[in-house]
Design a protein around this ligand. Structure first.
Ligand SMILES: C[S@@+](CC[C@H](N)C(=O)[O-])C[C@H]1O[C@@H](n2cnc3c(N)ncnc32)[C@H](O)[C@@H]1O
Length: 210
């Protein structure tokens, strides 16, 4: 399937999921809420959040941030818009495909952030998005990408496999994406740290655009 077709399918999925996304995500969001301030709170300058979703991170950005949040789905962005009032920084929300980032200038952003976006993207699409990450960042600009991956622990993995069909059907997300590999292969993105926020399933990849 062409990248464009894959993205249309994902967009259609999120246009529907948007109606009940926050409700559906609630059990997990209780956990993510503990992480979100630390994930974006130290960022300053021009920040691009890719796959901003319903805007769950907006309230945690510092006031010295100029944020551009992009998302493929307009209904998701409409929900994010309602959260702008909680934010302390300047926020611009744009209906934009992260694999193209047509309206985003090259080499202008101090930070690129995304949480749980790459895991919804099939591998070939994901590589396009990662190429865009490196294009829009300034030399020396930093990135932070949070993903969910399969655990190496048998018991945990078994539980994840139980949830996997639901997660894929509703969010398009999979635990077996190769985000870390693709970032590693990107010539201009240098990984400075990888860590897990919980067990060995919530993978945080951090680095710099060289
Ligand atoms: C699982 S949600 C995560 C939302 C948010 N980042 C969070 O942490 O709650 C994934 C989001 O990525 C968006 N997305 C998927 N593919 C995209 C693409 N190619 N460009 C921009 N956004 C995309 C979806 O529309 C959805 O809002």
């Amino acid at each position: 399937m062409e990248a464009h077709e894959t993205n249309l399918l994902l967009q259609a999925k999120y246009n529907i999921t948007a109606c009940f996304y926050d409700l559906l995500d609630y059990p997990w969001e209780r956990l993510y809420q503990k992480w979100r301030p630390g994930l974006v709170g130290d960022m300053r300058g021009k920040v691009l959040e890719a796959g901003v979703g319903t805007g769950r991170n907006l309230e945690f950005y510092h006031r010295d941030v100029e944020l551009v949040g992009i998302d493929l789905s307009k209904p998701m962005l409409r929900r994010a818009k309602k959260r702008i009032s909680k934010s302390n920084c300047r926020v611009q929300l744009v209906n934009e495909d992260a694999t193209i980032m047509q309206s985003m200038p090259s080499g202008e952003f101090d930070w690129l952030f995304s949480s749980f976006m790459c895991c919804v993207m099939p591998d070939e699409i994901q590589q396009l998005a990662i190429r865009q990450f490196s294009r829009i960042l300034k030399p020396g600009g930093r990135f932070r990408v949070l993903e969910i991956v399969f655990s190496k622990n048998r018991r945990l993995r078994k539980r994840q496999k139980l949830f996997a069909p639901f997660v894929e059907a509703v969010y398009g997300a999979r635990f077996d994406r190769h985000t870390l590999d693709y970032i590693e292969q990107s010539p201009q993105l240098k990984i400075t740290r990888t860590s897990f926020l919980k067990d060995d399933t919530y993978l945080l990849v951090e680095g710099v655009r060289v």
